[in-house]
Design a protein around this ligand. Structure first.
Ligand SMILES: C[S@@+](CC[C@H](N)C(=O)[O-])C[C@H]1O[C@@H](n2cnc3c(N)ncnc32)[C@H](O)[C@@H]1O
Length: 268
């Protein structure tokens, strides 16, 4: 199907498509969609940060782990890893992948970050790929920080990334792969409201199935922009000390045009 035809089909059907919740229908295809995401490089970066901090660790908690890509990457490096995510469909994928690699020390639980109930305490917690922007109520974000604080051992670290307000304002989520040969096509349209700091992304997908069949579906995602000072204040409200804020994948402070920001918080 040509680009114009595909675009029209997606948009024409858009109104009729059910607006599914985020990370439900897409879950079985999430890894296909994220095939180019450099998870291993992200875990290398976290290692560089922990090395810089002089923090050694054996256990890792991957918050909002999705289909488990970050968790699996840590587990492959010998760590004992627990992943949690509130989406049952995403956790199902993570468990399926873990079962195929029984040699890894990996467990997954379907839980909300703000209400963690875990059997152990951890040396390191991470939360990557703007997952915390999905917590759109500041009070819920504080609750998530408090729950994370409570499952970390003293003097241990919570390292996470967030999309910046600049990224959400610039509508960086408006993107598509309609010109690609991928069997999973997507068309994402985002709009940002500077009053509520909410970015709404309408995500349309088209999957080419076997025998010429086509599956079209839609998910609606909301992310909230949090200012750096706001995040640091929430962390300190629950007892963390935010030791570093980095422009992603560097050791430099973020600039006005940083799109992804890393926070390094220490549990006191
Ligand atoms: C962009 S995906 C990232 C997944 C994974 N971290 C990765 O790097 O592939 C965001 C994930 O955050 C999860 N999530 C959002 N809010 C959450 C919450 N309050 N508690 C647990 N998981 C949450 C979603 O279900 C989704 O799997």
């Amino acid at each position: 199907m040509g680009r114009e035809k595909l675009l029209n089909a997606l948009l024409r059907e858009a109104e009729e498509l059910t607006a599914n919740e985020a990370f439900t229908v897409i879950a079985p295809y999430y890894d296909e969609l994220m095939a180019e995401v450099p998870y291993s490089y992200w875990v290398d970066y976290i290692h560089k940060i922990t090395k810089h901090l002089g923090h050694s660790f054996e256990t890792v908690l991957d918050l909002a782990c999705g289909t488990g890509n970050v968790a699996i990457e840590f587990a492959k490096r010998g760590y004992r890893v627990v992943g949690v995510d509130k989406s049952e469909a995403m956790i199902r994928e993570a468990i399926r992948k873990a079962m195929m690699q029984p040699e890894l020390k990996l467990e997954f639980y379907c839980q909300d970050i703000s209400e963690l109930l875990l059997p152990m305490k951890f040396d390191l917690a991470v939360c990557l790929f703007d997952s915390l922007n999905y917590i759109i109520e500041p009070e819920a974000l504080k609750k998530a920080f408090k729950a994370t604080y409570d499952v970390l051992k003293p003097k241990c670290y919570f390292i996470f990334d967030m999309n910046s307000e600049y990224a959400l304002e610039a509508n960086l989520f408006t993107q598509n792969n309609l010109d690609s040969d991928d069997r999973l096509k997507y068309l994402w349209i985002s709009s940002y409201d500077s009053e509520t700091k909410l970015c709404r992304v309408d995500m349309y997908f088209q999957l080419q199935l076997e025998e010429g069949k086509i599956l079209r579906f839609k998910e609606v995602h909301y992310q909230r922009a949090y200012a750096v000072d706001e995040v640091i204040a929430y962390l300190s409200d629950v007892g963390f000390k935010c030791e570093h804020v980095f422009d992603a994948y560097t050791f430099k402070a973020p600039t006005r045009r940083s799109t992804r920001i890393y926070y390094v918080a220490k549990r006191l």
